[in-house]
Write a protein of this length. Structure first.
Length: 608
């Protein structure tokens, strides 16, 4: 989950490293550091807290040199502190290592290293890597790293520098992302693409248990046994502007406003002129799709909520039973999947450790696995039978916004494809749904044109300590996502429930100080939702309702109403999500919270 940058080239390494780390700070911001090789040796600078603290330190005492590695940390082993910050060095101070992932056997390795006379100064698992490289180094840094990696259990993305090989960085990965930007006379190691886009859009994608030797002259890739590997090259289609704020106050607000484009791009070209849903990425024949008897959806966090939306769509339209499972529970639950099960793995980054573990478990049991991800070349794309890409562009804000609505758009396409293959709806009905779905980006744009009602609502509720979110049907996952956004970025406690379940316990929480947010868009359960609103109002709750344009009667039951344009009931999930994203955003801003970097969170969860 941490950010890694390494540089070899003619420029001042510290400038490149700090600029790259700034673009990766969404991956970790507990501490930051860099190690620069120069004529007099190696300089290591580390600071606790946000990257700006490191920038200030380097600015006060510039660090020369054109080779270096840097890191922003999201703490796993050891509290945020200068001693625990990366890079970590060996006993000699000549080897520096930055690491993303978890070394699961680090405790045994620490004991072994201590017995052999090594002095470890931090609480981290990463420091063991530096000392192992020291132990194995006999003149060839890549070989020393390869020997070290054979000792590690767990996951890693690594960049290693050594004073005895001052023009080289060794990079390696297993279960954590790592790429190398290939420039002219310079190369940049990074844990994500935004860090390299200022210099190049040509990228080497490292695969598991591959080791890269990175110099000014180029990049060579080998396996653990030293055999040469042809590197996978990728051209990045989007540019640096897509990874910048573009005049918005925060990445999160920018990404909320990018949702119409993200949804359009995800839907583009998905229906042919003859009315067939185009989803060749499934890598399944029409007969194979028609033979699917069950769908299992694996996801975490926001992606899990998208999966619950998909359950409603697939069961309603295609009449296929769907089970949605939190990825971290799937592989421990002895799941019932077979060769007639389609497993759908939803992961924004394509590197989510729990979801990847679930993918492997499903394939071992004979299921066909299809991934939905936003990142081309990510790990899940290589471990799945098929991939549907969302076309949301880079999402820098830690709290997912545009990737969530793009995931839902992709899942609408999948649901319609399954429905068409099964013959469960007339073709004219499928085409009508598609036409309505194609208008959803316009609906989202209309919502974003009038922010005043959301801002007024945020002002009224910015000081509450707890809240309850309710919905029915397709509104339940929308409520769940709204509650998650509020707690993620404003730190206000929020719970979401099916509105009918509210009476079975949560109603005990209701007071005037606990507002209730209700997804009350038009649908076949609308009257039931209004009854649930009346139940909480009878107990003194203030109500915020997300309702359909033209529903003026709802104002009799709610203190605040956030209207969205009318869509079909099952298409309302995307529009109803937008006001709740904005509400969380504006409440968090009024409370002085950093919406792009909420505490304790990181963008890509690459550890279990």
């Amino acid at each position: 989950m941490c950010g890694i940058v390494g540089y070899v080239g003619p420029r001042q390494a510290s400038d490149v490293l700090l600029g790259g780390l700034a673009r990766l700070e969404y991956r970790g911001y507990d501490s930051a550091g860099l190690a620069i090789i120069h004529d007099e040796g190696m300089s290591v600078v580390r600071r606790v807290g946000k990257l700006q603290n490191l920038i200030n330190a380097v600015g006060a005492t510039p660090v020369p040199g054109s080779v270096g590695i840097g890191h922003t940390r999201w703490a796993t082993h050891g509290k945020p502190s200068e001693d625990n910050a990366h890079p970590h060095v060996d006993c000699t101070g000549r080897i520096a290592v930055v690491h993303n992932g978890i070394v699961e056997n680090y405790s045994d390795l620490r004991e072994e290293l201590a017995r052999n006379g090594h002095i470890l100064r931090s609480e981290t698992d990463t420091e063991t890597v530096a000392h192992l490289v020291e132990s194995y180094f006999e003149g060839d840094l890549a070989d020393a790293v390869a020997h070290t990696l054979r000792r590690l259990e767990g996951s890693y993305a690594l960049a290693v520098a050594h004073l005895d090989d001052p023009h080289t960085i060794i990079a390696a990965r297993k279960d954590s992302p790592l790429i190398i930007g290939v420039g002219v006379g310079e190369n940049i190691v990074a844990s994500d693409i935004p860090a390299v886009l200022e210099y190049t859009r040509e990228v080497v994608v490292l695969h598991d248990e591959e080791i890269a030797v990175v110099t000014r002259a180029g990049v060579t890739v080998r396996d653990m046994d030293g055999e040469a590997v042809e590197p996978e090259m990728m051209h990045v289609e989007w540019d640096l502007d897509a990874a910048e704020k573009g005049g918005y106050e925060d990445f999160m607000l920018k990404e909320i406003f990018e949702q119409p484009t993200a949804i359009r791009e995800t839907l583009r070209g998905r229906m042919s002129a003859n009315g067939e849903i185009q989803l060749s990425e499934l890598q399944m024949t029409a007969e194979e799709i028609a033979a699917v008897e069950r769908v299992f959806i694996l996801a975490c966090g926001t992606s899990y909520h998208a999966g619950i939306v998909a359950k409603t769509l697939i069961e309603t339209w295609a009449r296929i039973p769907v089970q949605v499972e939190v990825s971290s529970e799937f592989r421990y639950a002895d799941p019932i999947v077979d060769d007639q099960t389609l497993v759908v793995a939803i992961t924004q980054s394509g590197e989510t450790a729990d979801t990847l573990a679930g993918v492997r478990e499903a394939r071992d049991r004979g299921a066909r696995v299809m991934a939905i991800t936003n990142v081309v070349g990510s790990r899940v794309t290589r471990e799945s039978d098929g991939v549907i890409y969302t076309h949301a562009g880079p999402e820098i804000g830690v709290a997912a916004t545009k990737t969530f609505t793009a995931q839902m758009a992709a899942l609408y396409v999948l649901a319609l494809k399954l429905t068409q293959a099964k013959g469960m709806l007339p073709q004219e009905r499928i085409e009508a749904i598609w036409q309505d779905l194609s208008r959803v980006p316009d609906v989202v744009e209309a919502i974003l044109q009038d922010l005043d009602p959301v801002k007024d609502c945020a002002s009224a509720y910015k000081d509450v300590y707890s809240s309850l979110f309710l919905g029915r049907g397709i509104g339940v996952p929308v409520a769940m996502e709204g509650a998650l956004k509020l707690k993620e970025i404003s730190y206000i406690h929020a719970e979401a429930y099916a509105a009918g379940e509210m009476k079975h316990g949560p109603i005990a929480l209701i007071t005037e100080q606990v507002p209730v947010v209700v997804v009350a868009t038009q649908g076949h359960t609308y009257e039931k939702v209004v009854s649930n609103i009346q139940e909480v109002r009878a107990r003194g709750a203030r109500v915020i309702a997300v309702a359909t344009h033209g529903d003026d009667d709802i104002r009799r039951h709610a203190e605040h109403v956030l209207h969205v344009p009318a869509t079909g009931e099952l298409l309302s999930a995307i529009p109803a999500t937008i006001p709740l994203q904005l509400l969380a955003y504006y409440i968090a801003k009024l409370r002085g919270c950093n919406v792009d970097q909420p505490r304790n969170l990181a963008k890509s969860v690459t550890v279990e």
